[in-house]
Design a protein around this ligand. Structure first.
Ligand SMILES: [Zn+2]
Length: 498
């Protein structure tokens, strides 16, 4: 039996997004109920993130767990020094006061940037390592991690999700547990290898529901299964909304020999590079998407993905480009979620169900954007916690504060008072909408929506409407990428000062 400390500190930082991510954002109710401390980390046996899978396997194997703290903030701007120091300080203090431990497991994202640290996870791992010494330190990662040399140095092993939408978060925690066991049993470190791809991968082209990523991950699993000297292989397409030197796609390999790790990393990186041309950013305009919606004659629904206003990538979830296009085109039956606008939610609640009221919908948080001022009918008001049911968030309870369903002609908009990505039908249902009963479904999400919404749709349209998550990296003002990094597959190369 081993004594294993566990902690989680997750953020995906969009350095191009407005605002900062503060301590209160990590402690917000939203999808995860705020910072979870101590034994409460073990309380939900269905916890759908990596920690849940790690805990289940470690307990089944009879190990003693020492849970310190777990927290997540909705993706957004730089993490403040205050948030970073307070949360990491609590983790490091917990390790220092309660040791000795035989191993440490950390549930990390891999794309956190703080105001002080470009590679915040490297700093987390460096400080954890400084306290615990040479025992195994293993962490799981989101598939969107941007991995640099600091993380490679301080972690004994790292393993990333293999699905996007992320429906294998628990399975990744289980993989992390197996790496801890491997390290404890052998008493020897694993050999490590990392390869960085020479081009950025636009987020909406990273889906594992579509090619080429579907095949890439199948090949990854075949390579991993085919070599007994290989302990773990990961491919991270990365998070191309972070202007830092380690932004990019990577392959990570761990093996009992350096040759095995190097060969696997080399082989998988070559497979990804062979698909470079597929990672290009083409998208539809809101107007063209509204025309497609108007002309849709299928039996199920057409799904419009407002992928550039994705809270899950740091978007404000309050831009109105798609809503305005649908209203202008007089689309007769559309439902939209989730528009983050506490002011409009409060006004709708003050007006009451069935009432008409004029709202300044959204458009408040991205510089240069304007609200959509329009009369709406308040169809449904709601508030408080509700269950989520989809493949990603099922098992969690959300609370987005005051919510309202308002209607402009045939366009129904779900308004919330907390910002989150629409990746679960529960968000619509809590506002009185059954998504499958509507011809046009609009989600503010880049790809996670596919897990719960793709089964409802005959057709999916990805839209370039205004938002803080520009899906074409070539449109962004980069200053700190490695020289020569192509901004998308076969795209223009970054040139410092160029
Ligand atoms: Zn992710």
């Amino acid at each position: 039996m081993a004594r294993i400390a566990i902690a989680g500190f997750l953020h995906e930082t969009n350095t191009f997004a407005p605002g900062f991510t503060a301590y209160a954002d990590f402690d917000a109710k939203a999808a995860f109920g705020g910072i979870v401390r101590g034994e409460r980390m073990l309380a939900n046996p269905k916890f759908p993130l990596a920690t849940g899978g790690f805990v289940k396997e470690a307990q089944a194997a009879g190990h003693e767990l020492f849970p310190i703290l777990w927290c997540f903030a909705e993706p957004g701007g730089y993490v403040t020094a205050d948030a970073f120091e307070r949360i990491l300080g609590e983790i490091v203090f917990g390790l220092a006061q309660n040791g000795p431990f035989d191993a440490v497991y950390l549930d990390l994202h891999g794309a956190m940037v703080s105001t002080e640290h470009d590679d915040a996870e490297a700093e987390i791992l460096r400080r954890v390592r400084a306290v615990v010494g040479s025992i195994p330190v293993v962490n799981s990662l989101d598939l969107h991690g941007n991995i640099g040399p600091g993380m490679m140095e301080h972690a004994d092993a790292m393993v990333a999700y293999r699905t996007y939408p992320h429906i294998d978060m628990r399975a990744t925690g289980e993989r992390a547990f197996r790496l801890v066991e491997t390290l404890l049993e052998s008493g020897r470190p694993l050999a490590k290898a990392i390869r960085t791809l020479p081009f950025l991968l636009p987020i909406h082209r990273q889906s594992t529901f579509t090619e080429p990523c579907k095949s890439i991950y199948e090949e990854l699993e075949a390579i991993e299964a085919g070599d007994p000297e290989l302990a773990s292989l990961s491919f991270l397409p990365g998070f191309p909304l972070a202007d830092i030197p380690m932004c990019g796609a990577t392959v990570l390999a761990y093996g009992t020999t350096q040759a095995a790790a190097d060969a696997a990393a080399e082989r998988l990186a070559a497979i990804v590079a062979g698909h470079e041309a597929a990672f290009e950013p083409s998208l539809k305009s809101p107007k063209d998407a509204a025309s497609l919606a108007l002309g849709y004659t299928g039996n199920r629904s057409i799904l419009l993905a407002d992928i550039q206003d994705n809270a899950g990538a740091g978007g404000t979830s309050d831009t109105v480009g798609v809503i305005e296009a649908l209203v202008a085109a007089k689309v007769p039956d559309a439902v939209v979620a989730i528009l983050f606008d506490p002011e409009s939610a409060a006004k709708a609640h003050a007006a009451g169900e069935g009432k008409a009221v004029t709202l300044d919908l959204g458009g408040k948080l991205v510089p240069g954007q304007q609200p959509f001022t329009t009369e709406v009918v308040v169809e449904k008001l709601s508030e408080g916690p509700f269950a989520m049911t989809g493949p990603m968030n099922g098992g969690l309870t959300a609370d987005l504060g005051k919510m309202a369903q308002v209607r402009i002609g045939g366009v129904r908009v779900v308004i919330s008072s907390a910002r989150t990505q629409c990746n679960d039908q529960g968000y619509f249902r809590h506002a009185g909408i059954e998504p499958k009963d509507h011809k046009v479904i609009v989600v503010k999400s880049s790809n996670h929506y596919r897990a719960d919404f793709q089964p409802l749709a005959d057709q999916i349209v990805e839209i370039a409407a205004p938002g803080a998550c520009d899906m074409n990296p070539a449109n962004l003002k980069w200053t700190r990428l490695p020289e020569g990094m192509r901004l998308y597959g076969n795209g223009p190369a970054f040139k410092a000062g160029g």
